[in-house]
Design a protein around this ligand. Sequence first.
Ligand code: AMP
Length: 191
Amino acid sequence: MAADIVLLGPPGSGKGTQAARLTATYGIPQIATGDMLRAAVEAGTSLGRQVKAYLDRGELVPDRLVVDIIRHRLAEPDTHRGFILDGFPRTVPQAEALDTLLAELQRPLDAVLYLQVDRQSLLDRLSHRAEIDQRSDDRPEIIAHRIDVFLDQTAPLIDYYRRQGKLKLIDGERPPEQVAAAIDQVIRSLG
Ligand code: AMP
């Protein structure tokens, strides 16, 4: 089974949970730019120092930085059977850069799965997550801002991928195992 997939959805929509499960089921890597950026901040690398303030404020880091990360990551051999992009792309220029990159690699995206969850559920989930993790951006005022950033900068990707005929809508309000079943159905239909 090979599949090149983007998981699209607002913060708290369950992308990370579903991406990790897809990795376990299909043996293709999860590529989560948020995790990679947090790791860079933790490690105190030059990239980490450049992006820390953006993460803390719940702002998107500049496109060129994340596009570079993705370009290098997609050159790794473990992606040859597919990948699950989790948290990338987040802007139209990032999506365009990804299309260019994948065209060079002659491997267009198979599908973009959009996890639909309403704002109140996102706020409830993220404030619950704030109680268990130590993420500096899971504070209440930053959570609300990250949702606004999604609506403003990332939501236009829904139409971008709909026009490409790649968009698959998934009801993300349901329990994780039901969301997982809906995703599996879509992936099987890709043949
Ligand atoms: P996430 O873990 O996906 O919620 O991402 C956490 C934070 O990392 C975001 O609020 C942004 O500051 C940054 N980030 C992650 N992915 C991207 C991206 N594709 N473009 C810009 N910033 C990103």
